[in-house]
Design a binder for this molecule. Structure first.
Ligand code: HPA
Ligand code: ZN
Length: 336
């Protein structure tokens, strides 16, 4: 098989599942800590990088929330978002849909306006200066109460027209989607698109609840649906996208190794599966690395790579004109 890495890097791509607060490279983490007088429990960026050893989702989330402490001001949110978008452009990403969970910050007294204005500022400037199209998905924590999620929803309403949708992450097992039935109904009633992390560590029944009870537009991860063939067929038939994150799955021990990742099975099951990075520094790669590593480990063909990348544009929250233009650009690139 020829080396497909240059082809993968060059393809116009989407990123539909990444967390802004999970995109801070260790060097930037230290620079922000110094700027804000925040004490980190590591001595150096190298020591922090060495701490990226996770046994499960919880062990990762502990470190991730610790890292959130360095983001304090509007400028911080601008800078991390801009750093990510610059990196994404170099990776060939032309459309990025970014999660951020404000509760980690508003809890410590950071105003919602600082968070959102910083992120929107970077999205606007990045579009103008480096040509990437991006949008923000506000994410709620599932390990908190539904009342807290509702409070978050009320707090973001002044910016509703600039927000792409609402997502949900955090500790999955023990916090099933049905816990947030009223919240998701309210989000949909207020006109937001919705997604939820489901079937990462949780069972297929959580994925079923996500589509049947919450009626979300996309599932983040979704791996566990494969253990229920009727559910897999339903998700495939309804063209509900799964934003899968292969390197994250390996690092968080959702799958033992990349060569046994179910990505190819998902393609064969006709699922609208996409490849994404989740929290790139923590998991060892941006979108291209996720695709390149999967291509090698699973011996994916060029056609399968193109399918995964096309799926990203099929699943993106964009207009049908934008979708057609992006898909034509992918097909143009792939036909050379
Ligand atoms: N799962 C749940 N919550 C998260 C994740 C994840 O993979 N990444 C950041 N928050
Ligand atoms: Zn995630």
């Amino acid at each position: 098989m020829p080396d497909l890495a240059p082809f993968i890097r060059g393809l116009p791509k989407t990123e539909l599942h990444m967390h802004v607060e999970g995109s801070i490279e260790p060097e930037m983490m230290f620079a922000l800590a110094e700027r804000n007088g925040v004490d980190l429990k590591w001595d150096s960026p190298e020591a922090l990088r060495a701490a990226y050893e996770f046994s499960d989702l919880k062990s990762f989330l502990d470190l991730y929330f610790e890292g959130c402490r360095v983001l304090v001001s509007e400028r911080d949110f601008y800078d991390v978002t801009m750093a990510y978008l610059g990196r994404a452009v170099r990776d060939g990403v032309v459309r990025a849909e970014l999660f951020l969970g404000p509760q980690s910050f508003t809890d410590r007294g950071v105003p919602m306006a600082s968070i959102l204005k910083g992120i929107f500022g970077a999205i606007t400037d990045a579009k103008r200066d480096i040509g990437i199209s991006a949008g923000l998905m506000v994410s709620a924590h599932r390990h908190r109460s539904e009342a807290e999620a509702m409070e978050l929803l009320d707090q973001i309403m002044p910016w509703a027209d600039q927000i792409l949708g609402i997502g949900m992450g955090g500790a999955e097992v023990g916090n099933p989607p049905s816990k947030f039935k009223s919240f998701f109904l309210e989000c949909r009633n207020r006109g937001f698109r919705t997604t939820i992390h489901a079937g990462e560590e949780g069972p297929a029944s959580y994925v079923r609840e996500a589509i049947e009870v919450l009626q979300v537009d996309r599932i983040d991860h979704g791996n566990a649906c494969l253990s229920d063939s009727a559910l897999t067929k339903e998700i495939a038939d309804r063209r509900i996208a799964l934003t899968v994150c292969p390197l994250s799955n390996v690092r968080l021990k959702v799958v033992p190794r990349l060569d046994v990742h179910p990505l190819r099975t998902m393609l064969k099951a006709n699922l609208l599966v996409t490849v994404n990075s989740d929290d790139p520094p923590y998991f060892g790669g941006y979108v291209s690395e996720n695709l390149i590593e999967c291509q090698k480990a699973l011996a994916l063909s060029k056609a399968e790579i193109v399918r995964l990348v096309r799926n990203g544009f099929e699943a993106a929250f964009i207009t049908s004109e934008e979708r057609s233009q992006y898909l034509a650009a992918v097909d143009d690139f792939a036909s050379f």
